[in-house]
Design a protein around this ligand. Structure first.
Ligand code: SAM
Length: 292
């Protein structure tokens, strides 16, 4: 059955009012989505935080009259309707209509991230097929992009990689497709581990080449390459562990760090690594280096 989908661009403080108004206007479902692939980390207990730019997607039955619906919403929100889009969508498409915005992207020279439902623009490139599921990591966020560009520039043939905070598995899978022998992923979120396994399968990577673990079960092995796109706080707290999981001469790339946090993170890693100059993209940075 086709549906009428209303998409509203809102800020977190508007969420409750608009969710209530949409339900009252007859929406059969209301979903919140990140408009910019921004991570939300460690919410305070008892809170349900939303992204600073959130999209609210509401589905109405196809027979719903658009003009009547907008009039009703306008009254319910005291005339302050935010910017909106209305479209008619097929039943099988509605959950995934947002994916239209996720297009193939190239990182560095060889690597493309290709949504799993899209044809690869360059069949001869290194194409990573991705369906992020509920986990973070599509390449649209600057922190992921910084790590993918770094990986594309490395000689990874035959190396072992550790992806700390693997999310969708994007960095580990990219490493494997770029020639790594094996990648290990770890994440505190079981949905991320599931998404990583699914995305590995989608790229023809056998489970033995990309085992994933909750941090408490992560084997204490040393990798040749370690990537960690987490956040400055955890990266500083984890610096000793992260350093212990890279062999001498191995390489590290960290991201999830805001430009103003770069010095604090560099200070925590400086004693273990010969650090490269900090790379920056849209206010986020990457810190990389070689294990002493
Ligand atoms: C910004 S996402 C990065 C995902 C993917 N690696 C990427 O680059 O797009 C950070 C991920 O780290 C995970 N995470 C946060 N703290 C962690 C910790 N202490 N140990 C392991 N994973 C952690 C989160 O659950 C999330 O999936």
């Amino acid at each position: 059955m086709p549906w009428l989908q209303v998409r509203l661009a809102i800020t977190p403080d508007q969420a409750e009012v608009y969710e209530d108004a949409l339900l009252e206007a007859g929406a059969v479902s209301v979903t919140f989505m990140d408009a910019e692939d921004q991570p939300i980390f460690e919410p305070d207990l008892g809170t349900t935080p939303l992204w600073s730019n959130t999209h609210l997607l509401a589905l109405f039955e196809e027979s719903t009259d658009e003009a009547e619906l907008l009039g009703h919403l306008s009254v319910l929100t005291s005339g302050a309707l935010p910017s909106y889009q209305i479209e008619r969508i097929e039943d099988q498409d509605w959950e995934r209509s947002w994916m239209d915005n996720f297009q193939p992207m190239r990182f560095g020279r060889r690597l493309w991230i290709v949504p799993s439902w899209h044809a690869a623009p360059d069949a001869d490139a290194v194409n990573l097929l991705l369906d992020p599921g509920l986990a973070f990591g599509t390449g649209t966020h600057p922190t992921t992009a910084l790590c993918l560009e770094w990986l594309d520039g490395q000689e990874l043939d035959g190396l072992d990689v550790l992806d700390f905070g693997c999310g969708s598995g994007i960095l580990a899978i990219a490493s494997l497709l770029l020639g790594a022998r094996r990648a290990v992923g770890t994440d505190i979120d079981v949905q991320a581990l599931e998404a990583s396994r699914d995305n590995a399968g989608r790229n023809g990577i056998e489970a033995e080449r990309f085992p994933v673990y909750l941090p408490e079960h992560l084997p204490q092995q040393q990798a040749d390459i370690l990537v960690a796109n987490i956040l400055a706080g955890p990266l500083v707290a984890l610096s000793t562990q992260i350093a212990s999981q890279i062999r001498s001469g191995g390489k590290l790339a960290l991201s999830g760090i805001l430009a103003e946090q770069a010095e604090e993170v560099r200070a925590a890693y400086d004693k273990y690594f010969e650090l490269d100059p900090t790379a920056e993209k849209d206010g986020w940075v990457r810190i990389s280096g070689i294990r002493r």
